[in-house]
Design a protein around this ligand. Structure first.
Ligand SMILES: [Cu+2]
Length: 369
């Protein structure tokens, strides 16, 4: 309990210092960390990352979470959840403010930064932040060796067992491991491979036309990513809309994996469980997937001077029908600027969009290999 109080005190101090740094603008990077592809990490480092993630899932939360939106379609906050659960709940609570509007890319960049910072400060992780280059697995996603690492210490595990509600039974995050989830109800990790994600069910925008025969993995091949990085010169809105939209890699990786990372309630879920992108960060794969999306943004930013500091987008998502979504795929008015604040629900010092544009400037200080 004493330790817990001390953490809270330190955290409050951190919040104050963080704010001062932002106001003063005097902080510089002392070094640049290099984020690496999961499979280029040593087995030891993969094990260390997984151990740190499980440590967050077995650490008490800091009692600093502050609700921002309180949307009616999510489970109530669980004050006795773990620190990992608090991170998941931040994504649930803010769902409508951070998807299909201008905050999508900068907010998820902050979210990864927060997760990585906590892995280090609370659970002693010292290795590189891993990303997952799913273009290497797109050709035969189901059979990819990526999903066949069953090592109980360093393996991410594979597909869930259909006869057991798609619970993952192998790898370090298996049902019998210490990795237990709270939201939207207590359960263990699930993955449910889906060749052609039913986008009209999982992304219900009335009137939206999509191709019912197109496998999800067609949306995250190497040529798709190359087109994203090479295209949309100076067109931030076009770049984000393509990445986040129905034909882009963001949704399709989430929904091809299925289960928790798709925010899908299982058939045996208690009443009141509502599917949506909310609890998708339950699966640690979420962070590897979003690090890859972040890397694609990083590469696009480096590709052209006009991309480097590009940012635009609305603050309000428009999923009410296809024509509104077509008009405002990255949000409608009021419009955001780089001075707009990122909602951090008390989990870190406040940041603005401008803090998340350049990865090589404070507070981020990283590059991708
Ligand atoms: Cu998200």
């Amino acid at each position: 309990m004493q330790l817990f109080q001390m953490h809270r005190g330190l955290f409050a101090l951190y919040l104050v210092l963080g704010s001062l740094f932002i106001l003063g603008g005097a902080t510089k990077c002392t070094q640049q960390s290099v984020r690496k592809e999961w499979r280029s990490l040593s087995r030891e480092d993969r094990g260390h990352w997984i151990t740190a993630v499980k440590c967050l899932a077995n650490s008490p939360n800091d009692g600093v979470f502050v609700s921002s939106l309180n949307p009616p379609d999510i489970a109530p906050y669980n004050a006795s959840g773990s620190l990992f659960d608090d991170i998941v709940y931040a994504h649930m609570n803010l769902n409508h403010r951070i998807h299909w509007n201008g905050l999508f890319l900068p907010w998820h960049r902050w979210y990864l930064f927060l997760f990585d910072s906590l892995l280090r400060s609370r659970c002693g992780y010292r290795g590189p932040l891993p990303y997952w280059d799913w273009t290497k697995d797109a050709a035969d996603f189901y059979e990819s060796p990526f999903f066949k690492d069953s090592d109980p210490e360093s393996g991410l595990g594979g597909w869930g067992d259909a006869s057991k509600g798609f619970r993952v039974l192998d790898g370090a995050f298996s049902a019998s491991s210490s990795f237990q989830l709270s939201y939207p109800f207590p359960h263990t990790l699930r993955r449910s491979y889906t060749l052609i994600p039913p986008l009209d069910v999982v992304f219900p925008v009335p009137g939206l036309v999509w191709n019912h025969t197109r496998p999800g993995n067609a949306s995250f091949t190497k040529p798709v990513v190359e087109n994203l990085i090479d295209g949309f010169v100076g067109d931030y809105k076009g770049f984000q809309a393509r990445m986040e939209g129905v034909e882009g890699p963001h949704l399709n990786v989430h929904f091809t994996i299925g289960g928790d990372v798709a925010g899908a309630c299982p058939v045996d879920a208690p009443a009141g469980c509502i599917s949506g992108p909310t609890f998708s960060s339950n699966d640690p794969l979420f962070f590897l997937h979003h690090a890859m999306l972040d890397r694609v943004w990083f590469k696009w930013q480096k590709k052209h001077n006009l991309n480097k500091n590009a940012f635009e987008g609305g603050s309000v998502q428009h999923l009410e029908n296809a024509s509104a979504f077509g008009l405002y795929p990255t949000g409608g008015p009021p419009y955001l600027t780089v001075e707009s604040e990122l909602p951090t629900v008390g989990l870190s010092a406040p940041f603005i969009v401008a803090n998340m544009i350049s990865t090589t400037e404070w507070p981020l200080c990283y590059v991708y290999d």
